[in-house]
Design a protein around this ligand. Structure first.
Ligand SMILES: [Zn+2]
Ligand SMILES: [Zn+2]
Length: 142
């Protein structure tokens, strides 16, 4: 992992009283590498190859903790398993309705999108994200 990622990981962990363990470091590292918005199961299957004695429960709990302290985001569920997003910066998603792939994209206009007045009056908006749905390049061909 890069120096920036490492110092972010150390700092956030410290601020939240989370001990840095080799397992947690490995889970964070694996998450950072993922570009596919993986589920806890995806991360578990990747990591168990390197740390054979790690349990799914540890991976699952660690990811939930990471999301609670803002080290990862959770992509909205759609009734399926939670999917994690290591990119906590502002970005948007294209989601394929056939294969479930979630692809990141950046768009300045979407970043600046205005919150509707009636929403703003009733709720406190803490983040905005545009999700576009449709068929990805692979699925379009089928
Ligand atoms: Zn697709
Ligand atoms: Zn994303």
């Amino acid at each position: 992992m890069s120096d920036t990622a490492r110092s972010f990981f150390y700092q956030r962990s410290k601020e939240n009283g989370l001990r840095i363990t080799p397992q947690r470091t490995a889970i964070y590292e694996e998450l950072l590498k993922a570009k596919d918005h993986p589920t806890a199961d995806d991360i578990y299957r990747r990591i168990v190859k390197k740390i054979p004695n790690i349990s799914f429960d540890t991976v699952n709990r660690t990811l939930l903790t990471f999301s609670k302290i803002g080290m990862t985001k959770v992509v909205e569920g759609y009734g399926q398993a939670k999917r994690y997003d290591p990119d906590i910066g502002i970005h948007h998603h294209f989601r394929c309705i056939r294969c479930g792939r979630i692809i990141d994209f950046l768009n300045k206009d979407y970043d600046d999108i205005a919150v509707p007045k009636e929403i703003d009056r009733q709720f406190t908006v803490t983040s905005k994200k545009v999700v576009l749905e449709g068929l990805c390049g692979k699925c379009k061909k089928v």
